[in-house]
Design a protein around this ligand. Structure first.
Ligand code: KG4
Ligand code: ZN
Length: 352
């Protein structure tokens, strides 16, 4: 279990404290955030050890691990923030999208707390959470801005008009960028989840060593992505040449990663230009990738847009981002009832 809190000053008695809960995939997380900006506690229990031996998330095992972890994680967050449940002002919980059994654990916990405490409850879309993580940082992007969401389950370009008001411009037709990292890493025997390991190995490799395909980069594909061909291309390469070792493995990782990053960066800079947006954030687990962060910053410096990226621990799943997104919904007066359900495949799309 990891635990962090912010050193930024709290705002005294006027603070509106939101408890955030997240259990959509393989992280059980609870956080306390004040006024949508100040993190008082941020606790994440990862299930990497549970799923690692299977090479991917096993939904039933994820649900069971969430059941075991959710109360200890919640207690740790309250303890870290030095408050009791009676001192929270609202509850925000991820209710979509994700693994249904996993989502239901956080949702049922949140509903029980809302029922017992009488505090308002609001459901949060997981991607809206990712989009809000950057507002926990000192210099967040103004509205409107462009967002590149790159996670294990999603890859999309989004025009963010305001909190809770966004338009998805395009998304992946098949694998997500994180999936491309994870499936590639699995093929190379790097374990699960493989994104961070591949990132590290790639740092000492030559990204031009092997020419992997850059899919759907032509303007006619707009903001849509495709990564399944790249994964197949790596499979063919490994079948033909085997998995190399030492420097050759680093070169292979760097070349494979470069293909993912080049597509993401080319499409993001084209979308920023097309939609006239000078502020661009990147969020979701793959935003932790060091080469992607550097490449987007370089593109921004060349094209004249400013790039915003949360710190790595707030790129991957956490509940602070859910609490922050829930805060904006709660202060707008939004409330969900105790009949709030999990929506495993809900799209992000919201009208402007
Ligand atoms: O946002 P996230 O924690 O969960 C989902 O909402 O899916 O993203 C997890 C994904 C995984 O595919 C993981 O391999 C990838 O983010 N990831 C990375 C890095 N750190 C995590 N991918 C590339 N480079 C990294 N450093
Ligand atoms: Zn996520």
């Amino acid at each position: 279990m990891t635990s962090r809190s912010s050193s930024r000053a709290t705002s005294g008695s006027t603070a509106f404290r939101v408890l955030g809960l997240e259990s959509s995939c393989d992280e059980t997380a609870a956080a306390i955030v004040e006024n949508g900006t100040v993190v008082r506690a941020d606790v994440v229990a990862s299930q990497d050890e549970v799923h690692g031996r299977y090479g991917g998330v096993v939904p039933e095992l994820a649900s069971r691990a969430h059941i075991l972890n959710v109360v200890p994680v919640l207690e740790a967050a309250l303890d870290r923030a030095g408050i009791t449940l009676a001192e929270i002002d609202g509850i925000a919980v991820t209710n979509a999208p994700g693994l249904v059994g996993a989502l239901l654990v956080g949702l049922q916990t949140a509903k029980s707390i809302a029922w017992v405490t009488g505090k308002p409850l609001v459901g949060v879309h997981h991607l809206e959470g990712h989009l809000t993580a950057i507002y926990l940082e000192p210099d967040p992007p103004p509205m409107p801005h462009l967002a590149l969401i790159v996670s294990g389950g999603h890859t999309s370009l989004v025009r963010v008009n305001d909190h809770g008001s966004m338009i998805e411009l395009g998304a992946t037709r098949d694998d997500a960028a994180g999936e491309a990292f994870d499936k590639g890493a699995k093929l190379l025997g790097l374990g699960y989840p493989g994104g961070a390991v591949l990132d590290k190995l790639a740092q000492t490799g030559d990204p031009t060593a092997i020419a992997f395909p850059r899919s759907m980069t032509g303007g006619e594909h707009g903001e849509e992505f495709s990564f399944s061909g790249l994964k197949t291309s790596l499979l063919h390469h490994v079948r033909a040449h085997g998995v190399p070792e030492a420097q050759a493995l680093a070169d292979l990782c760097a070349s494979y990663q470069a293909a993912i990053i080049e597509v993401l960066v080319r499409k993001t800079r084209r979308a920023a230009r097309k939609h006239g947006l000078q502020h661009v954030q990147v969020c979701g687990g793959v935003a932790a990738n060091s080469a992607l962060r550097a490449a987007l910053r370089a593109a921004g410096a060349e094209d004249g847009f400013k790039v915003y990226v949360p710190p790595p621990a707030r790129c991957t799943d956490n509940a602070a981002m859910i609490a922050a997104a829930g805060y904006h919904r709660l202060v707008r007066g939004e409330r969900d009832g105790l009949d709030l359900n999990a929506a495993p495949t809900s799209p992000l799309a919201r009208s402007a």
